[in-house]
Design a protein around this ligand. Structure first.
Ligand code: SF4
Length: 306
């Protein structure tokens, strides 16, 4: 088949071949902050995992921190010693003004090499708005394919920008044919990678998932058959020598590696006298364990940043 990449499979990290996206590599180390730009989106996918708290136009977060000003982002970047950030929502193009301000501010303060990727369904995006994000330094863009009309924008972004372009989609069990068509199309137009995410169950999508007849795995957090369908796609693409890099990202990876590593980085910056960092990245004072939020370590940040 003439295909040089190795197929890698791990219970926790998932399964993939080809180069992982740079955003994914940083995510694995916990050095990538997640900026939630807005809760509005306009699509209404039945599997949308976003919490009720965040389904608001004004919802603005970095990691677990509710923020109000663009500059607040810097505190979190500092405490986790971030090497990159991802921008998500809702739909970032529904708050394009804020998305632009955030990218410009981060690139100005952290430097051009600080890696930023953005996740979009393309709803509200235009060719010129995408081109402008490329101009101000967005490094990587990932399209969630919700319908075929998005391919026009994906193709344009591949041809006319310098950004790394990927596809990132949740895997609905037994949705093999549609997913396979997406992989072939992405490969044909020169997309760099496809990320397949395990379908996650949250308080906001559980009912819709169950109404469609899907069932939970024993962990209660993921949908039965999602992992298996993704693995089938990757193994077939590998067998057939499809060039594009494909990665299945399990929910357990986000919880046990990405989130935990980020908390550990934050806890070690925030740690105070007499405190310990637990293996889950919590701070422990006496018998009390708590998540290292900024308001609990703000004095130490101010000292360190002076
Ligand atoms: S496109 Fe994303 S944010 Fe919008 S409804 Fe679908 S899953 Fe939720």
């Amino acid at each position: 088949m003439g295909y040089a990449h190795r197929l890698v499979s791990s219970e926790t990290l998932g399964i993939w071949y080809g180069d992982l996206a740079k955003g994914c590599k940083l995510c694995m180390t916990g050095s990538k902050a997640v900026i939630f730009i807005t809760g509005i989106c306009g699509i209404n996918c039945f599997y949308c995992p976003i919490s009720y708290d965040r389904r608001k136009a004004g919802a603005f977060y970095i990691d677990e921190e509710r923020i109000y000003r663009v500059e607040d982002i810097l505190d979190e970047l500092y405490v986790i010693r971030a090497e990159g950030a991802s921008i998500t929502g809702g739909e970032p193009f529904q708050r394009y003004d804020l998305t632009v301000r955030v990218i410009e501010m981060i690139k100005n303060v952290m430097g051009r090499d600080f890696h930023i990727h953005l996740y979009t369904s393309g709803f509200g995006a235009t060719k010129s708005s995408i081109k402008y994000l490329d101009r101000i330094g967005l490094d990587e863009i990932r399209f969630h394919i919700v319908n075929d009309s998005i391919w026009r924008l994906v193709g344009y972004t591949v041809r006319e920008t310098s950004m790394d372009v990927g596809i990132e989609i949740p895997v609905i069990p037994n949705d093999f044919d549609r997913l396979w068509r997406i992989v072939l199309k992405a490969n044909e137009i020169g997309v760099k990678f496809v990320n397949l995410n395990e379908l996650e169950i949250t308080e906001t999508n559980a009912e819709q998932i169950s109404l469609r007849g899907y069932r939970a795995n024993e962990d209660g957090k993921t949908v039965k058959g999602s992992r298996e369908t993704a693995e089938e796609i990757i193994r077939r693409a590998y067998r057939e020598g499809i060039d594009i890099a494909i990665h299945f990202c399990p929910t357990s990876f986000k919880d046990s590696i990405q989130h935990r590593n980020r908390l550990i980085r934050k806890a070690y910056t925030c740690i105070g006298w007499g405190e310990k960092v637990t293996e889950d990245g919590l701070l422990k004072r006496g018998e009390e364990e708590y998540i290292p939020l900024l308001d609990k370590c703000s004095i130490k940040i101010a000292v360190s940043r002076n």
